[in-house]
Design a protein around this ligand. Structure first.
Ligand SMILES: Nc1ncnc2c1ncn2[C@@H]1O[C@H](COP(=O)(O)OP(=O)(O)OP(=O)(O)O)[C@@H](O)[C@H]1O
Ligand SMILES: [Mg+2]
Length: 423
C-alpha cells in the first residue's frame, strides 16, 4: 500500500469555542504541517464550552469552514472537532495483558489499552480518550515505550477521559449538519497543549491553563505523559461581565475596555492613568481611574488561578511540575496574567503560542488559535499512525511493525501513535 504521507494530505481542525468557531486547514506531508487557510467566525451557540444552540453553531461552522476553504483553495469534507466543557472528567485506570515471554508489539499495546478502557461508565457518559501515562513490563515500571521489550506481563496506567455523550453527540450533529464528516472528536485542552508545549516541558512536568471565553481548561503533563485534565467553568466572558456590571457599561464596551486597558494585577497600574467609560441607557461617558478596571478584573482572575491551583494540589502533582505553567487561550493575552499566575501558582509561567507549523502562521499566531492548530497536529499524527514507515521508523520499528501486522488482533491505536510521534 502506498504510504499516505508519501504525498500530502489535507487535515482540518475545527475549534468550537464559546466565543468563536475556528477552522484551520493544514497540509500534512513528510516535512510537517503547512497552514493553508483559516476561517474564524464569532459564535454564540455555545455556553461554557458546550453547544447550547444548534442553529447558531451550525451557521458559524458553515461560515468558518467556507472562509477556510476559500483561503486554502481546497474542499473541506472531514474535520477533527474539539470538545470541551465541565462535563469532561478524567480518571486513572490500569490495564494488564500477558505477553508470554516474547517482545512487546503494538498489538500488545492495543490490547493492554483496551483492558484499561474496560471500566464501567455511566450510561450517559462515554470514554473520549485513554491517555497512557506509563507502562510496566514484569517488575520494571515507569516505561514510556515498551515496544521491543521482553517479559510475560504488560501493564499500563492511563488517564481515561470521559464526557457526557449528549454533549459529544451535539458537536457531531452540528458538524454533520454542515455536510462534513467528523474524523475524530478531541478533547480541546489536549489539542491546545500539544500546540504550545515543547517536548522538554512535557518531560520535566508542566501545567497548561487554556483560558478561553467560557471555560478554563487545565492539563498536567508529568514524565512526558498526561497526568490530569479538568475544565473550570469560568473564563474571559466572566471577566467581561464583571467589568460591565462594575463600571455600568454595555457588554461590548466592557469587552473593548478589558482588551485595551485591562490588567490582572492592580499594582502594575499607576494611580494617575485614566480611561473613558461609555455609559448605559443614555448616561454620559465618564472618566475613571484605570486602576478601578483592574480592581474589578483582579478578583476574577485570582479566583480562576486559585481554583486551578486547588485542582493541581488535589492531584498531588504540584511538586512534579518542574517547568511550571504555560498559559494559553485568548484571555491569557491580558496584561498582568503571567505575573498574577506566577504569584498564585507559585511557579514560573509563560504565555503559550501555537508552534510547530509553517505556512500562513501569522493567521494562527495568537494563543486563541492553540486549539485549532492542535487539532490539525492531532489529525496529522493520525495520518502518521496510518503510515508509520513514512515518518521516523527505524529498522527495528519496521520489524516489530511487520510482526504486529501479522498478528490478527492488531488494531490501530491513535493515541499510542500520537504519543509515539510526539516523542
Ligand atoms: N487582548 C485581550 N485581552 C484580554 N482578553 C482577551 C484578549 N483577547 C481575547 N480575550 C478574551 O479571550 C476570550 C476568548 O478566548 P478564546 O478565543 O480562547 O475562547 P474560546 O475558545 O472561544 O472559548 P472556550 O475555549 O472557553 O470555549 C474572550 O473572553 C476574550 O475577551
Ligand atoms: Mg477555546
Amino acid at each position: 500500500m502506498k504510504s499516505p504521507l508519501s504525498s500530502s494530505e489535507i487535515v482540518v481542525g475545527l475549534d468550537l469555542g464559546t466565543t468563536k468557531v475556528t477552522a484551520v486547514v493544514g497540509e500534512v506531508d513528510a516535512d510537517g504541517i503547512t497552514i493553508l487557510g483559516v476561517g474564524n467566525v464569532p459564535c454564540r451557540g455555545l455556553r461554557k464550552g458546550v453547544v447550547s444552540n444548534i442553529e447558531w453553531t451550525v451557521r458559524s461552522i458553515r461560515e468558518a469552514v467556507e472562509a477556510a476553504q476559500t483561503m486554502a483553495g481546497v474542499e473541506i469534507k472531514t474535520v477533527y472537532a474539539g470538545v470541551a466543557g465541565s462535563h469532561i472528567k478524567s480518571h486513572v485506570s490500569d490495564g494488564v495483558c500477558a505477553i508470554s515471554g516474547r517482545e512487546v508489539t503494538r498489538a500488545d499495546l492495543d490490547r493492554v489499552l483496551e483492558g484499561a478502557r474496560a471500566i464501567p461508565v455511566d450510561a450517559d457518559r462515554m470514554i473520549l480518550h485513554a491517555l497512557p501515562r506509563e507502562y510496566a513490563v514484569d517488575n520494571q515500571d515507569g516505561i514510556r515505550d515498551p515496544i521491543g521489550m521482553s517479559g510475560v506481563r504488560l501493564q499500563v496506567r492511563v488517564n481515561l477521559v470521559t464526557a457526557a455523550s449528549s454533549c459529544v453527540q451535539n458537536v457531531i450533529r452540528c458538524v454533520e449538519r454542515c455536510n462534513l464528516n467528523v474524523a475524530d472528536v478531541v478533547l480541546e485542552p489536549l489539542a491546545s497543549s500539544d500546540a504550545v508545549l515543547s517536548e522538554d516541558e512535557k518531560e520535566i512536568g508542566v501545567a497548561v491553563i487554556d483560558i478561553g471565553g467560557g471555560t478554563t481548561d487545565l492539563l498536567l503533563y508529568v514524565d512526558g505523559g498526561i497526568a490530569h485534565t479538568s475544565v473550570l467553568p469560568a473564563g474571559g466572558n466572566n471577566i467581561t461581565s464583571d467589568v460591565a456590571a462594575g463600571l455600568r457599561t454595555p457588554m461590548a464596551e466592557a469587552e473593548r475596555l478589558k482588551r485595551n486597558y485591562g490588567c490582572a494585577l492592580g499594582r502594575m497600574i499607576s494611580d494617575d492613568e485614566e480611561i473613558e467609560v461609555p455609559g448605559v441607557g443614555g448616561h454620559a461617558p465618564r472618566r475613571v481611574a484605570r486602576r478601578l478596571l483592574s480592581d474589578i478584573i483582579e478578583p476574577r482572575v485570582e479566583e480562576i488561578f486559585s481554583e486551578a491551583r486547588r485542582r493541581i494540589e488535589e492531584t498531588g502533582l504540584l511538586e512534579q511540575l518542574c517547568s511550571g505553567c504555560v498559559l494559553t487561550g485568548g484571555a491569557a493575552l491580558m496584561e498582568g496574567m503571567v505575573e498574577c499566575a506566577e504569584e498564585i501558582l507559585g511557579m514560573p509561567v509563560r504565555l503559550g503560542f501555537p508552534v510547530g507549523v509553517k505556512g500562513i502562521v501569522q493567521l494562527v499566531q495568537g494563543p486563541q488559535y492553540a486549539t485549532g492548530v492542535g487539532l490539525v497536529r492531532y489529525g496529522a499524527s493520525q495520518l502518521a499512525d496510518a503510515a508509520p514507515r513514512g515518518l521516523r521508523a527505524t529498522d527495528e520499528d519496521r520489524r516489530i511493525e511487520a510482526a504486529a501486522a501479522a498478528d490478527p488482533s492488531s488494531q490501530k491505536n491513535g493515541f499510542w501513535n500520537w504519543f509515539r510521534a510526539a516523542f
